[in-house]
Design a protein around this ligand. Structure first.
Ligand code: 8DG
Ligand code: MN
Ligand code: MN
Length: 365
C-alpha cells in the first residue's frame, strides 16, 4: 500500500505482493526505460542486475501519481544507484542515453528478434548471436538446427508476435470449453495469465482446467488435445505429464521459480478470424497454454498462473523470507510447523501468508 508522507514523498511496502499495482499507471516512460535495461541484463545473463531494474520499475508502477523529481522518491525500497540515474535522465531529458544506446545495439536487437521465436530462450539466442547469425533468414540459409517447437515458432513468427485480443482469448476459451464438455462433463476452464489481470491483450492464452471431483482430471488433457486436434484447431503441441506428488514434500526454496509440474500442454491454435493480420487466409496462429490442476491444488495453480511473473516471484520471496513458508503453484508449506496449509480460494492463501488480499487487477507489477 502507498501513502503520501510529506507533500512530495512516497512511502511503500518493500514486497510487490504487499502493494496494489493497477494495469495503468502514471510513470510509463520511466518504467519502459528501466524494463529495457532489465531485459538487456537478462540477455547478458546478469539475472541479479535484471531483477534490480525490474524491482525499481515495479515500485514506480505502484506510485499513485506521476514522479516529477528524484527527490520525491526519498528512501523508497528497491531503487538502487543505477536505476536512480536512469530515472533522473528520463525526468530531465525525456530519454536516457544508456537506454537509447541499448535499444540501437545490434546485440540487443538480435537477441530480441531471436527470443521472440517460440521455443528460443536467452541461451540459444545468445549462441546464435555468437555464431554470427543476425536475421531469421540467416537461420534458414545456414541450416541452423531447430527443434520441432522452434520450427513451428519460426513458421508462425508474425502471428505469434501479433498481440492476442481479449475477444480472441475468449473464443479460444469457448473452444476448449466445448472440448472438455465432450471429454469430461463438469470440468471448468478458467482464463488466467494477463487476461485475468485485466490486460486487453496478451502474448498467449493461459487456460486452467480442473474438475470438482478429485482424481477425475487425470488423463483429461490428452483426450482434450486429441479432440481439438481432430477438429483441426491445433497447429502444434507438446504435452508434459503430471510429475507432482505431495508426499515428496515441497520444492526446495530457490528452485526454478516459475516451472511447475502439472499436466500441461504448450500449443499453437489455429483460430478462425474475420479481420486483422490473418484476415486474408481466414485464420491466425495463437499460443495457448493448457494446464490441468487437481481441485485441491486449484487455488494455488490459479494464483501461480495469474501472474504477473514479478508478482509471483515476490509472493514466493515474501513467503520464504518473512514467513519461512514455501509457496508454489501446487501448495503452501509451513517449514516452522512442518505442515501443508490447504486453501479453497486465493483469499485463503493470502490469509495464511498474513498478507492483505490483492485482487488480480492489482497484480500488474
Ligand atoms: P502475457 O501472456 O499477456 O504476455 O503475460 P502473462 O500472461 O502474465 O505471462 P505468461 O508468460 O503467459 O505467464 C503467466 C503466468 O504463468 C506467469 O505468472 C507464470 C505462470 N507460470 C507458472 N508456471 C509456468 C511455466 O512453467 N511456464 C510459464 N511460461 N509460465 C508459468 O506458474
Ligand atoms: Mn499469458
Ligand atoms: Mn503463458
Amino acid at each position: 500500500r502507498v501513502t503520501t508522507l510529506a507533500p512530495h514523498r512516497w512511502q511503500m511496502a518493500p514486497y510487490a505482493c504487499q502493494r496494489r499495482t493497477p494495469l495503468l499507471h502514471s510513470n510509463q516512460p520511466l518504467t519502459e526505460a528501466l524494463e529495457t535495461l532489465a531485459e538487456e541484463a537478462g540477455f547478458s545473463g546478469s539475472e541479479g542486475r535484471s531483477l534490480a531494474f525490474t524491482r525499481a520499475a515495479s515500485v514506480l508502477k505502484a506510485l499513485p501519481g506521476r514522479l516529477s523529481t528524484l527527490e520525491e522518491l526519498g528512501p523508497l525500497p528497491g531503487i538502487g544507484e543505477h536505476s536512480r540515474r536512469v530515472i533522473q535522465d528520463v525526468l530531465e531529458d525525456g530519454v536516457c542515453a544508456e537506454v537509447e544506446r541499448v535499444k540501437l545495439s545490434e546485440r540487443y536487437q538480435t537477441m530480441k528478434l531471436f527470443t521472440k521465436i517460440f521455443g528460443v530462450g536467452v541461451r540459444t539466442a545468445s549462441r546464435w548471436y555468437q555464431e554470427g547469425l543476425r536475421t531469421l533468414v540467416d537461420l534458414q540459409e545456414r541450416g541452423t538446427k531447430l527443434t520441432r517447437q522452434q520450427q513451428a515458432g519460426l513458421r508462425h513468427y508474425d502471428d505469434l508476435n501479433t498481440p492476442v485480443e481479449r475477444g480472441e482469448a475468449e473464443s479460444i476459451s469457448r473452444a476448449v470449453q466445448g472440448a472438455v464438455q465432450r471429454c469430461l462433463p463438469g470440468t471448468s476452464v478458467t482464463l488466467a495469465g494477463g487476461f485475468r489481470r485485466g490486460k486487453p491483450h496478451g502474448h498467449d492464452v493461459d487456460l486452467l482446467l480442473t474438475h470438482p471431483e478429485a482424481g477425475r482430471e487425470a488423463g483429461l488433457l490428452s483426450r482434450v488435445v486429441s479432440w481439438l486436434d481432430s477438429q483441426d484447431l491445433i497447429l502444434y503441441q507438446h504435452s508434459q505429464e503430471n510429475s507432482y506428488a505431495l508426499q515428496e514434500g515441497p520444492e526446495p526454496p530457490g528452485g526454478r521459480d516459475v516451472m511447475d509440474r502439472f499436466e500441461r500442454c504448450f500449443s499453437i491454435f489455429r483460430l478462425e478470424v474475420q479481420g486483422g493480420p490473418g484476415a486474408a487466409r481466414g485464420w491466425k496462429a495463437v499460443r495457448v497454454d493448457l494446464v490441468v490442476a487437481p481441485i485441491s491444488q486449484f487455488p494455488f495453480a490459479l494464483l501461480g498462473w495469474t501472474g504477473s511473473r514479478h508478482f509471483e516471484r515476490e509472493l514466493r520471496r515474501f513467503a520464504s523470507h518473512e514467513r519461512k513458508m514455501v509457496l508454489n503453484s501446487h501448495a503452501l508449506y509451513d517449514s516452522r510447523r512442518n505442515l501443508f496449509l490447504p486453501a479453497v480460494s486465493e483469499e485463503e492463501i493470502f490469509q495464511h501468508l498474513g498478507l492483505e488480499y490483492v485482487p488480480p487487477a492489482q497484480r500488474n507489477t
